[in-house]
Ligand binder design. Structure first.
Ligand code: ADP
Length: 653
């Protein structure tokens, strides 16, 4: 400030200040003595000029407890100006305390020594501005909140919209699928000839498609009483079906229903066998809410499988009766699935698996190549494979096998299996061989007496003009003997063919066995090499063909003579056994080994058929057994090697 300038007194200054539009006051001292205050300030305080000269705290007691006095004291002390904006102050106007807001300035006017001379207080009531600002801020806040909510909602809406679009799309796809599935299901139901049903557990009424209703002989009403439907189920099945339905509708059962039964519809008396399948659905309280399913007509299938089972059974019986073993060979692995008889034929244990390699090992090496060739040929040309071969059983026994098989192919035309049968032909092969042997033996047997007869006749022819009385009877006897042998052989052969044709006729009469035995076999007695000793019941009589029984005894005695030449005594024994007469021929010859005994009475069978030691055709015992059988009797042999043989037969009394 310039010294030459006019100095205004402090009162002047105060007066000027009091003219200011702003509220103004001047304070001094630590006690904040009001030196002056203009009208506007006095109005803020709700006071008049009388308070000038008083400490502010005293003049305006409402300021007590508010920060202003302390702030002024601080300005006085420090000389630092303090400014406030939107500062709230509680003031009492007309006895009412109100909060108003002020922008204010406490400016320290300083002395040249830096101490505070006075404090200039200016203030503007900004309550309106402040409150409206507050309101605006509040409103802004609200707007922001609303905006936020809005944008949140918007975002959610977008998401929801997206979801909705997606859901709609999914729904459309599902709907399409559902329609497609429904169509497919309908096709499937139609194609499979299925009946469909749906039971409402609440009403116990059920609905079904037309097919199902026609099976049950029901009118096409919408819903039918369950009891009405179960009424057409075959009585034997009904209780079982009702129980199964009740069971399926229990939560614990899992809701599954699967049963077969027969319907007899009153309009169609032919029983229909059906297979019902269903599923019950339950709510969260485990109560059944729906029970539905399908019904399939399996009558034909069942009849077919029954027929198949029957055919299989028949086949099995036929296979068993024919001792045929059947097999199914898997070509790639060589595994064989077969019947027990198949294993029996190969002498294989029933509980041990059998495969192609095992089978080949049993086949005698000489046949293996041929069997393999036959099988390959059948596979190549899809023909039946047929082979006959010899095998050696695991226990060493030899057997003849006839095997047949047919290849089976897969879709690609590759042979995968061979299915067929095998048969033990040992017996027929043996018979075949015996027959061959028999023909050569028979020719040989016939040739010997014929040669003798021929030479006798030649000699007789040569001496017909000058017969030698010495030679003549010898030659005639020789020719007669040869003739006798030939006629015996031919008689045997004729007997066999007669038996084959069933022409063995019996002319029965009552005779005493001992008498017959005494008269038969005189040729043995005459020859004198053996003694025929009679033992037993001399009076026993039978009703039989005496000539044929005589033939049997001659056969047995001749065999004893032939096969037991050193047995001097040959016993003829007659016994009564119940209602039968038993006649035995016993010798003390070499006996017969046990393995040969069961075959003695077979046609062409010769225990020693080399034919060198003893001549014969293997027919004597066979013819004898046929004669005895025809009489209703039995024939047999008891023998032990080294202890002789007893041949016996029985005849009804
Ligand atoms: P063949 O005498 O022509 O051989 P058979 O049928 O009469 O025919 O006899 C069958 C076989 O029974 C004979 O080959 C013989 O080996 C045996 N056989 C029969 N009788 C006796 C016997 N008394 N002692 C020992 N072997 C016998």
């Amino acid at each position: 400030m310039n010294d030459t300038s006019i100095r205004l007194s402090s009162d002047d200054l105060l007066d000027i200040l009091s003219l200011s539009e702003n509220a103004t006051a001047i304070y001094t001292g630590h006690d904040v003595i009001i030196q002056n205050a203009n009208e506007t300030m006095l109005q803020f305080w709700g006071k008049n000029k009388s308070i000038i000269g008083m400490p502010l705290e005293e003049a305006v007691p409402v300021l007590k407890g508010q920060p202003f006095i302390a702030m002024l004291q601080n300005v006085w002390r420090t000389g630092n100006t303090v400014e406030g904006i939107d500062a709230p102050a509680e003031l009492e106007i007309d006895g009412v305390i109100r909060t108003s807001y002020f922008d204010f300035l406490y400016r320290a006017i300083l002395n040249p020594d830096g101490t505070t001379r006075c404090i200039l207080h200016t203030a503007t009531d900004v309550t309106d501005r402040f409150l409206s600002q507050q309101r605006v801020a509040e409103m802004n806040k609200q707007v922001a909140a609303i905006n936020k909510e809005l944008s949140d909602a918007n975002r959610q809406l977008t998401v929801s919209n997206l979801d909705l679009a997606e859901s709609q799309e999914t729904l459309m796809v599902l709907n399409n699928n559902l329609t497609e599935s429904e169509t497919q299901l309908q096709f499937a139901i139609d194609a499979a000839n299925l009946g469909t049903w749906d039971l409402d557990p609440k009403t116990n009424k059920f609905s079904g498609n037309d097919r199902l209703k026609s099976w049950f002989g029901l009118k096409p009403e919408a819903e039918i009483e369950l009891s009405k439907a179960t009424g057409v189920i075959l009585e034997n099945d009904r209780i079982r079906v009702i129980a199964a339905i009740q069971q399926a509708m229990q939560y614990a059962s899992g809701g599954n229903y699967d049963i077969e039964y027969t319907i007899i519809n009153p309009e169609n008396p032919i029983p229909r066998i059906v297979k019902a399948k269903g599923k019950a659905l339950f709510n969260i309280d485990n109560e059944v809410i729906r029970f539905s399913g399908t019904l399939q007509d399996i009558t034909e299938e069942r009849h077919a499988s029954e027929a198949l089972a029957e055919t299989n059974q028949r086949l099995e019986i036929a296979l068993d009766a024919g001792n045929l073993g059947s097999y199914d060979l898997e070509l790639e692995t060589g595994a064989i699935v077969c019947t027990d008889q198949f294993k029996v034929t190969y002498g294989w244990p029933a509980n041990k698996p059998f495969n192609l390699a095992d089978k080949i090992r049993l086949i005698k090496p000489a046949y293996r190549k041929d069997v393999d060739k036959q099988m390959k040929n059948a596979i190549e040309h899809n023909t039946v494979y047929n082979a006959e071969y010899e095998i050696t059983l695991p226990d060493g026994t030899e057997r003849w096998i006839s095997a047949a098989g047919k290849p089976r192919y897969n879709k690609e035309g590759k042979a995968i299996r061979m299915v067929g049968v095998t048969y033990d032909i040992t017996e027929s092969k043996t018979n075949e061989r015996r027959k061959d042997d028999f023909i050569s033996i028979a020719s040989h047997e016939l040739k010997t007496p014929i040669t003798t007869l021929k030479s006798s006749l030649q000699l007789l022819d040569r001496m017909k003009d000058d017969p030698s009385p010495k030679m003549l009877p010898k030659l005639i006897e020789q020719a007669n003997r040869s003739m006798g042998k030939i006629s015996t052989l031919i008689e045997d052969l004729l007997n066999v063919s007669r038996m084959n044709e069933g022409q063995l006729h019996l002319s029965k009469s009552k005779f005493t066995i001992s008498h017959m035995l005494n008269q038969c076999c005189n040729h043995v007695r005459v020859a004198g090499k053996h003694d025929l000793i009679f033992e037993g019941d001399t009076d026993l009589q039978v009703f039989a063909d005496e000539h044929r029984v005589d033939q049997v005894v001659i056969n047995l005695v001749n065999n004893a003579v032939k096969y037991a030449p050193n047995s001097r005594h040959i016993y003829l024994i007659v016994e009564k056994e119940g209602s039968m007469a038993k006649i035995s021929v016993k010798d003390n010859g070499p006996g017969i080994s046990p393995d040969k005994l069961p075959h003695l009475f077979n046609r062409y069978y010769r225990a020693d058929y080399s034919g060198i030691q003893y001549s014969g055709l293997g027919l004597g015992l066979y013819i004898s057994s046929e004669i005895v059988r025809k009489h209703g009797g039995k024939i047999g042999a008891v023998s032990e090697l080294g202890k002789g043989s007893t041949f016996w037969f029985t005849l009804p009394l």
